[in-house]
Design a binder for this molecule. Structure first.
Ligand SMILES: Cc1ncc(COP(=O)(O)O)c(C=O)c1O
Length: 366
């Protein structure tokens, strides 16, 4: 017997979500974003599960890319932040990694490198998010330098990232798109080159068809949760991939007026039955989850009461007809969206999934 706290990862749902991303832009390549341990789901298992249909994978660093190579993944791997030092350029060339180029230091590192084969380069253009990428004017010189370099495979891919694609009411996405399109138009006119393009993250794939270009970069949607806080037709077809599960390990009756847990921050207003579950912030369940956050016990939503401990939480099960030690508990999953838990905790589902620690065994099904 071992601790019943596990993250069940349904690979069939993962494949279905990826197929949705592909079907929304059938003329384009969709690259699964598997950085940050595939948003907590296990980057090797997720990449292997998608390897048959994915043309490439996206990660945040060369270390993540090498982990995939060592696991036998053969596709090109895109480093979304490019290189962090010059020596990484040769490693990228040797391993068929594609490099995002976001600044002049990275640009020079590629152009001046002595490498085994040309590298596929993605030129990052800052169209308004102001986090990474060349300003559109600077991107013209960067593009020329890359184009003239034998170290760079052609065609170059121009890329940008949206700040607000998950907000359908915001004008920011259209404004970023207009800047990007203007840049592509002027460069195409000036050079006659065909420039491949990549813009769309999950929200853009789901809801902004004008942003669908040659390469899509789906992340969060693959894991089956919506990047939107409102309902959205395509996002409603996603199936959550991870189910964080545990079990009841203790049950007690307390009298009205008695408190539960560290700091005694919840006091029973009636005689109550309290179930203790073996999951806590040491398992990635958010410590700041407030009283009332829903927890599924035997399929019924019950309110969290008392502070989340490192290894346990306490739940008010007074209204449950039957509850026993060993009963199944779901903290989030298809029946209880992680976005809903995140909303209670004033964060986003991305964070809850991504910071799931290794202590929670991932159980892969389907
Ligand atoms: C450059 C880039 N592209 C794509 C993605 C995927 O975004 P999402 O998980 O919202 O689909 C990210 C996520 O951080 C990113 O940084």
């Amino acid at each position: 017997m071992s601790r019943p706290t596990v993250a069940v990862v349904d690979l069939k749902s993962l494949r279905s979500n990826f197929a949705l991303a592909q079907s929304l832009a059938p003329g384009a390549n969709a690259i699964p974003m598997v950085k940050a341990n595939a948003y907590g789901h296990g980057m090797i298992e997720v990449s292997r599960a998608l390897a048959e249909s994915a043309p490439a994978f996206g990660v945040a660093s060369i270390d993540e890319a090498l982990t995939l190579r060592q696991a036998g993944i053969q596709q090109p791997i895109l480093l979304l932040e490019g290189t962090f030092s010059c020596d990484e350029v040769a490693i990228a060339a040797d391993n068929n990694f594609m490099l995002m180029v976001e600044n002049l230091v990275q640009n020079d590192a590629i152009v001046n490198a002595s490498i085994s084969q040309p590298i596929i380069v993605w030129l990052g253009i800052d169209t308004g998010m102001h986090r990474l990428g060349f300003q559109p004017k600077e991107a013209i010189q960067a593009y020329q330098a890359l184009k003239n370099s034998d170290n760079v495979a052609k065609p170059i891919i121009a890329a940008s990232h949206f700040a607000c694609a998950d907000d359908m009411g915001s004008s920011a996405t259209s404004a970023q798109l207009a800047i990007f399109d203007q840049w592509i138009k002027s460069q195409t006119l000036a050079s006659g080159d065909i420039i491949k393009q990549s813009l769309a993250n999950s929200a853009a794939i789901l809801a902004w068809p004008k942003t669908h270009r040659d390469w899509q970069r789906p992340g969060y949607m693959l894991y089956g949760n919506s990047p939107f806080s409102e309902e959205q037709d395509n996002a409603d077809k996603l199936i959550p991939v991870m189910s964080l599960q545990s079990a009841v390990i203790s049950i007690r009756c307390i009298s009205s007026g008695e408190s539960v847990g560290y700091t005694a921050n919840w006091t029973a207003k009636r005689d109550s039955t309290i179930a203790t579950i073996t999951v806590g912030y040491g398992d990635g369940y958010p410590r700041h989850a407030p009283n009332g956050t829903p927890v599924l016990i035997n399929g019924v939503r019950c309110p969290l009461v008392g502070r989340v401990s490192m290894d346990m939480i306490t739940v008010d099960v007074t209204d449950l007809d039957l509850v026993s030690i060993g009963d199944k508990v779901v903290l989030w999953g298809p029946e209880l969206p992680v976005n809903e838990i995140a909303h209670h905790c004033d964060t986003i589902g991305y964070e809850l999934l991504t910071r799931m620690p290794s202590r929670v065994p991932r159980i892969y099904v389907n």
